[in-house]
Write a protein that binds this ligand. Structure first.
Ligand SMILES: NC(=O)c1ccc[n+]([C@@H]2O[C@H](COP(=O)([O-])OP(=O)(O)OC[C@H]3O[C@@H](n4cnc5c(N)ncnc54)[C@H](O)[C@@H]3O)[C@@H](O)[C@H]2O)c1
Ligand SMILES: O=P(O)(O)OC[C@H](O)CO
Length: 334
């Protein structure tokens, strides 16, 4: 009997999110190879069926096979690319020689490359020009998805037929990908919400209350929308799962690494100490600079993201940045 289309899927990146996506795609009936750069992850997944370093306490389908060798991905009919944003270029360059021309490459990182100011689709397009690109983004904590709790995400692909195949390949009733053709728009929310979540975490760490956090989230959505539309995103995408949806999740839960990092900053800890104590990635720390450079080039006002960038770069202390935001002149809402 012939295989269903996209029956063999590779996942690049053995962090929490790559592991959760491997788990969900296995649940959808796909044959999964998980590429991880850490040998301890490969061993933990293959022997104990658990990613103890990055997603402890969640049993994985024993059929998921892990490897650290790109050559073993040669038979994959689609690839979910889950390396963090700042490493996407190097990992894609390592993967590209092993990719068959036309292989679908679904970009799952949420960030903008700091060095170039480029979106993940631009970076991947440069390093793997023969791949067919798609983007997966939306409100989804790895632990929730891996546990099979109900979630919904955006899957964007310029080729709608391929996008529909990808949705069928990885979707299950408890992981619902909604199809879009807005590849740019689907990347904006995930990148900008991580910066805004740091701001919301600071508000929580300072115990400013729920009203302040709601105001910051709503004004943050204005910033995300202005920025996204200037980069070519469709307004409907920004109001959807990958934009507003992910902003609500990440700004409202300390399960978010970005929000919890902001919380620790608000409590008075230093960025160096916070980053030194964690092995997981907080993408907003790196994307803040890229967002601010792009916003400046396009003449877009993003005062909340700017305050976060000023704090992270050491240009302002937390209290000074808050005082400057509160002292801004009153203005129209839109
Ligand atoms: N964890 C989540 O809930 C979640 C959900 C949606 C999207 N994402 C996104 O997925 C991406 C990956 O996050 P994660 O949560 O899987 O990571 P993680 O924090 O669990 O693990 C860190 C990852 O970074 C990788 N890494 C570290 N240094 C590297 C290097 N020099 N080169 C290549 N890779 C390196 C590690 O191998 C590991 O895969 C991020 O862009 C994140 O925003 C995460
Ligand atoms: O833990 P965070 O802040 O990286 O957020 C994880 C996901 O992006 C939430 O959708």
């Amino acid at each position: 009997m012939a295989d269903t289309p996209l029956s063999r899927i590779a996942v690049i990146g053995g962090g929490a999110w790559g592991t959760a996506l491997a788990s969900v795609a296995a649940r959808a009936g796909r044959k999964i190879t998980l590429w991880a750069r850490e040998e301890e992850v490969v061993a933990a997944v293959n022997k104990g069926h658990e990613n103890t370093p990055f997603l402890p306490g969640i049993a994985l389908d024993p059929a998921i096979r892990a490897t650290s060798d790109f050559a073993e991905l040669a038979g994959a009919e689609a690839i979910l690319h889950v390396a963090p944003a700042q490493h996407l270029r190097a990992v894609t360059a390592g993967l590209a020689p092993h990719l068959k021309s036309g292989t679908p490459l679904v970009l799952c990182a949420k960030g903008i490359e700091t060095a170039s100011g480029k979106l993940m689709s631009e970076v991947a397009g440069e390093e793997a020009p023969e791949a067919r690109l798609a983007v997966l983004s939306g409100p989804s904590f790895a632990a929730d998805v891996a546990r099979g709790l109900p979630t919904a995400v955006t899957l964007a692909c310029a080729d709608e037929a391929l996008g529909a195949q990808l949705v069928e390949a990885i979707g299950v009733p408890t992981f619902r990908p909604y199809l879009s053709t807005d590849v740019i728009g689907a990347q904006i929310g995930g990148a900008v919400k991580n910066v805004l979540a740091i701001a919301c975490g600071i508000v929580e760490g300072k115990a400013f209350g729920d009203s302040a956090r709601a105001a910051l989230t709503a004004r943050g959505f204005m910033e995300m929308s202005r920025f996204g539309e200037a980069l070519g995103a469709k307004p409907a995408t920004l109001k959807g799962l990958s934009g507003l949806g992910d902003l609500i999740l990440t700004c409202g839960s300390r399960q978010s690494r970005n929000m919890s990092l902001g919380f620790a900053l608000g409590e008075g800890k230093t960025l160096e100490d916070i980053l030194g104590a964690r092995s997981s990635v907080s993408e907003g720390v790196y994307t803040a600079e890229a967002v601010m450079r792009l916003a400046a080039a396009k003449g877009i006002g993003m005062p909340i993201c700017e305050a976060v960038h000023n704090i992270l770069s050491g240009k302002s202390g937390v209290d000074d940045a808050i005082a400057a935001l509160l002292a801004r002149p009153f203005t129209n809402e839109d």
